[in-house]
Structures are given as structure tokens and as C-alpha cells.
Design a protein around this ligand. Structure first.
Ligand code: F3S
Length: 387
């Protein structure tokens, strides 16, 4: 693997032990995956931020590092909202260790945003190289923005943030970004909402595994694409997909899809995911809500009071920029939390059945929260939470 003179010096330890170790890690990854060189990244998104996941060993490792991020870097959601953990019922002992993890990342120059939607916070453009970890964020960056990132593990993403580069292999290369399966949607999707695209992604992910699908017959907007990609990354391992005439690389390139396997998905395939089981709580914001989603939730909740816990999750920066909308939502008794989510927060484990509007949450809530999950549109979620 080629290293330029600066990288050689770093690898020789001339820029300190931490950067030496970080570059060793990146070079090792590059060699495993056949990278010929490193590539500069525009930003990093680092998983391994929840104390529940990394524990004392992870915290000790982070605390041993001595360097600062050289590109904008954010964290994945953690187990609690930093400012409102008491209100959420988080145990003080857990909160104290979680704060220690966050402090360790802050010392490394990582921005203390804990979100799976970094694209709402840091400008990310077509063709940018990134080192992002969270699967829905990776899918969105690659597919909806046309940026380039592999799905990084936590240490790899942190190393990339500190060095400012990542090994150039996989989805950083044109040749690995072409479709390898076609999905034809045999259904009129004109009145589909975000949840219906999440349900489509839930079903499609199971069918395609880690292939790159090329969808025909749908025209989703950005929030719907976000839901579709998040679910396919959860039930499958889809890190990039294209939608004919919609996603940037599908618009820019004439992909040769002749000879590819063609899968048809119809309404019945998606309908079978819907149930009307009674639920104990409702959770929205997987992936974290966009400003438009928050506005829609506020509109639906206007004049209503929640009768079941209604949790809404979004990035701290998005919440801060939409304070009036958040106040309108919380007037109903619903709560909008930053930094965490329905899957990584222990608070959701108290509910036996949870309603969501996300295909990804439908896939993860049963295992991660030990709850039965039901999917419904955002309108249905608000109706269930307020009736
Ligand atoms: Fe984000 Fe948590 Fe869903 S990290 S994609 S809200 S499971």
C-alpha cells in the first residue's frame, strides 16, 4: 500500500504514539481489503459511543489516546440524552459512566453530537469521501447524497477522524458502486409515506443481503429514501442502493442492468408486515428525524394530548434549530430527545410492545429492546399515542 512521505513519518512515530497506532490500524485495514492508498475524508461518524456497548475496556482505550480529530467528527447515538437523562429515568451509575465516555471523545476533538443523521449537521456533498459507521447514515451518504463511505467500525472511524484519511477500497471506488440486482416495485406508491418505504426496505433487505439494488417504479423523497435505506441496512447489509431517476448516481450514470437478476415486490409483500396489536408506547425517529418530519409531527399533534408515552428522537443540532416546533410537540406531552434512540436507550426496555414508523426499528426493537414491534404511518403513530 502506497504511503506518502507525511504518512511514512506518521507511521514511524514522528507525530506521536497515538497517530502512529491509528495509522497502523488504517494501513492494516487497507491491506486486508486491498487498498492501494489512503484517501482524504471530509468527515467521520464514530460508533462505539454507548457505554452499554463499549464498557470499561472501551473507555480505558479511549482514555489512553492522545490526539485531536482533524476533520469534523460526530458520534453515534448513545444510551441517554445528555441533558435530560434523569427525566428519562436513566440510572445515575449508568449516566456517570456514559458521561465519562463522552468526555473521552471530547478530549479527542470529536463533536459531541450523537446522531445517525450527521448529514443534517455537516455539509456532505456528492463525491465526498467519508468514514462513517452507522449503517443508515452510511446508506444515506452513499445512496442519497452520492458521497463515498464504507461501513466503518468504531476504531476505524475514530482513526480516520484523527488521521483525516481512510483506506481507499470498497465503496470509495467507482467500480464497486454499480448495481447488481434490480428491484421492480409492482404497486402504486403515490400515496406511500415514510413508514411504507421503511416496510419496503425491511422486505427488500431480506431479499438482497449485501448486494447493491437498483429500484424501478418508485419516486421517494429524501425522508422516504432515508427510511428505505435504513431498513435495508438492518434486515440486509445494503450500504448503497440506487433508485431509477431519483438518486444522484442513477441520474448521472447509464448503468448497464441487462442480465441482472430482477426481483418483483408488490403491495402484498409489504402489507404482511402490518399488524394492529395493542402497544404500550410509540417511538418515532429511527433514523433521527429531519426538520420536515418534526414539523409534520407537530402538525399532527396540534391540540392533542398523549395518552401513551410518545418518544421522538432527533439530533441535538436539529432540535436546537427547530425550537418552536419542538415546543409545539412537547406541549402534547410527547418528548423529543437528542443523543439517543429507541434502540440504544435502555429506557425502551420497560415496554412489552412498541409502535414505530420505521422499518429499521421494526427489525431491531424485538432483539434490542425485548419488545414486540408494530409498524404504522406517522399519522397512525400519533393516533395510537393520543387516543
Ligand atoms: Fe439511528 Fe438508532 Fe435507528 S442509531 S437508525 S435511531 S436504531
Amino acid at each position: 500500500m502506497y504511503l506518502d512521505p507525511d504518512e511514512e513519518k506518521m507511521l514511524a512515530g514522528e507525530r506521536g504514539e497515538t497517530l502512529q497506532k491509528m495509522l497502523e490500524l488504517l494501513v492494516a485495514l487497507g491491506k486486508v481489503f486491498g487498498a492501494e492508498r489512503l484517501v482524504r475524508i471530509r468527515s467521520a461518524q464514530v460508533s462505539g459511543a454507548s457505554y452499554k456497548t463499549i464498557g470499561e475496556y472501551g473507555l480505558a482505550w479511549l482514555s489512553s489516546l492522545d490526539a485531536r480529530a482533524v476533520v469534523p467528527a460526530v458520534l453515534n447515538p448513545i444510551g441517554m440524552p445528555r441533558g435530560r437523562w434523569k427525566e428519562m429515568g436513566i440510572e445515575p451509575a449508568f449516566a456517570e459512566r456514559q458521561q465519562a465516555v463522552i468526555a473521552a471523545y471530547e478530549r479527542l476533538g470529536v463533536n459531541l453530537e450523537c446522531t445517525c443523521t450527521p448529514y443534517y449537521l455537516h455539509e456532505t456533498s456528492f463525491g465526498d469521501h467519508l468514514a462513517w459507521s452507522e449503517s443508515s447514515a452510511v446508506s444515506y451518504a452513499n445512496s442519497v447524497i452520492g458521497a463515498r463511505t464504507n461501513r466503518e467500525g468504531g476504531p476505524g472511524a475514530l482513526a480516520a477522524a484523527l488521521v483525516g484519511k481512510t483506506p481507499c477500497y470498497g465503496l470509495h471506488l467507482d467500480k464497486n458502486r454499480t448495481p447488481d440486482v434490480v428491484i421492480d416495485i409492482k404497486s402504486d406508491e403515490k400515496d406511500w409515506g415514510i413508514a411504507r418505504f421503511g416496510a419496503l426496505g425491511y422486505h427488500a433487505g431480506k431479499l438482497v443481503g449485501n448486494k447493491i439494488p437498483f429500484f424501478r417504479g418508485i419516486s421517494p423523497n429524501h425522508d422516504q429514501l432515508k427510511a428505505l435505506g435504513a431498513a435495508m441496512a438492518a434486515t440486509g447489509a445494503v450500504a448503497l442502493y440506487h433508485v431509477n431517476g431519483v438518486t444522484p448516481e442513477a441520474k448521472k450514470n447509464q448503468f448497464d442492468i441487462s442480465g441482472l437478476e430482477v426481483i418483483s415486490i408488490g403491495s402484498a409483500d409489504i402489507e404482511q408486515l402490518y399488524t394492529d396489536i395493542p402497544v404500550d408506547a410509540v417511538a418515532v425517529g429511527c433514523p433521527h428525524c429531519s426538520p420536515d418530519e418534526l414539523i409534520e409531527i407537530a402538525r399532527l399533534l396540534n391540540g392533542k394530548t398523549v395518552t401513551k408515552p410518545l418518544y421522538i428522537f432527533a439530533a441535538q443540532g436539529v432540535i436546537g434549530n427547530n425550537r418552536m416546533t419542538i415546543d409545539k410537540i412537547e406541549k402534547s406531552g410527547a418528548r423529543v430527545y437528542a443523543d439517543t434512540c429507541m434502540v440504544v436507550s435502555p429506557v425502551m426496555e420497560q415496554y412489552p410492545a412498541i409502535m414505530v414508523n420505521s422499518g429499521k426499528a421494526l427489525a431491531y426493537v424485538p432483539d434490542m429492546c425485548g419488545a414486540v414491534a408494530r409498524i404504522g404511518s406517522i399519522e397512525e403513530c400519533v393516533t395510537v399515542a393520543t387516543s
